[in-house]
Design a protein around this ligand. Structure first.
Ligand code: C5P
Length: 303
């Protein structure tokens, strides 16, 4: 192959329960991921030179394109692990807001993995891609599988869930991002947590039960994010936004480590109406309509 185009989705955590940090510093999670139909596009073009280069357009023009970028790290990891003689130019068209708690960087890594797998004819199966994804970041495996999943471990141990309904969202994105490690550090400070060898994490059983049914209101009642207080402590403006949203929609939740705030709506048309209201009420924020569940990272064109 000479050219492959893949797309990879943003995610929301319908529930994010967090325990005290493990000895390796990561926090044990019990979470429910939902992929939503906001996609980054990842184009990879084969090069004779055995190097990986990266360019970005769209929302992430200011992002670093060196090895700290997960898309580039993903291509280089595959190249190194499987002794690939060719190189690749990776171009990412970003639609997922950056540093927003929507796992956009993980989506780019997942899209690059599936695209380079085809570009370089590696023929890696889904299980191998998931293993490599987990090396790159805790959210990369879910960006590969997409749809709806229960996540444990540090978020990389996944079990697919069956949705009982489509979920209509309005995402309020923020021009100022939040650093995930910083939010986790603030969470530890608030909770008074130290690293421990055996940790207990509050579970998401009730929410997972409700997910199998079409009841949107019951789902809204059970949505929870243990990182919300930490994100609000670092960014008091977010708490004010949530207060101003009030009863707009069925329920409101901070997405992942924030700062994106997700409003769950009853149905498609209500979500469209809420998006219109939110655009007028929050001119300082981005307003994105999204539906879930959505497909994980997938190849769209290969030639
Ligand atoms: O896995 P990933 O590299 O995406 O994680 C980024 C940072 O977020 C980690 O270095 C850690 O500080 C924090 N994190 C955590 N517990 C998790 C996932 C991430 O503490 N389960």
């Amino acid at each position: 192959m000479h050219y492959v185009l893949a797309s990879a989705p943003a995610k929301i955590n319908l529930a994010l329960r967090v325990g005290p940090p493990r000895l390796d510093g990561f926090h044990p999670l019990d979470t429910v991921f939902e992929a939503v139909d906001v996609f980054d596009d990842i184009e990879v073009t084969r090069t004779a030179e055995p190097t990986v280069t990266l360019t970005i357009s769209g929302l992430g023009e200011d992002l670093p394109t060196d090895k700290s970028n997960l898309a580039r790290a993903a291509a280089e990891l595959l190249q190194e692990r499987y002794d690939v003689a060719a190189g690749a130019h990776v171009h990412v068209t970003k639609r997922i807001p950056v540093a927003g708690g929507l796992a956009g960087g993980s989506a780019d890594a997942a899209g690059t993995l599936v695209a380079c797998n085809v570009l370089w004819g590696l023929d890696l199966d889904a299980a191998e891609l998931l293993r490599i994804g987990a090396e790159l970041g805790s959210d990369v495996p879910f960006a590969l599988t997409g749809n709806l999943a229960h996540g444990t471990g540090r978020g990389e141990v996944l079990e697919a869930l069956k949705p009982g309904a489509m979920h209509c969202w309005v995402l309020l994105t923020n021009p100022r991002g939040l650093s995930t490690p910083e939010v986790f550090r603030e969470f530890d400070a608030i909770m008074g947590y130290e690293r421990v060898s055996e940790t207990l994490v509050p579970d998401t059983v009730a929410l997972r039960d409700v997910l199998a049914s079409p009841q949107i209101t019951a789902l809204g009642d059970l949505m929870v994010n243990d990182l919300a207080e930490a994100a609000f402590s670092l960014r008091p403006d977010l708490r004010k936004i949530v207060a101003r949203i009030g009863t707009l929609g069925v329920a409101t939740i901070l997405s992942g480590s924030g700062p994106t705030i997700a409003i769950l709506a009853e149905d498609f048309s209500t979500a469209d109406a809420i998006a219109g209201t939110a655009k007028r009420a929050f001119p300082e924020l981005g307003v994105v309509r999204a539906n879930g569940p959505a497909a994980g990272a997938h190849v769209r064109v290969a030639r």
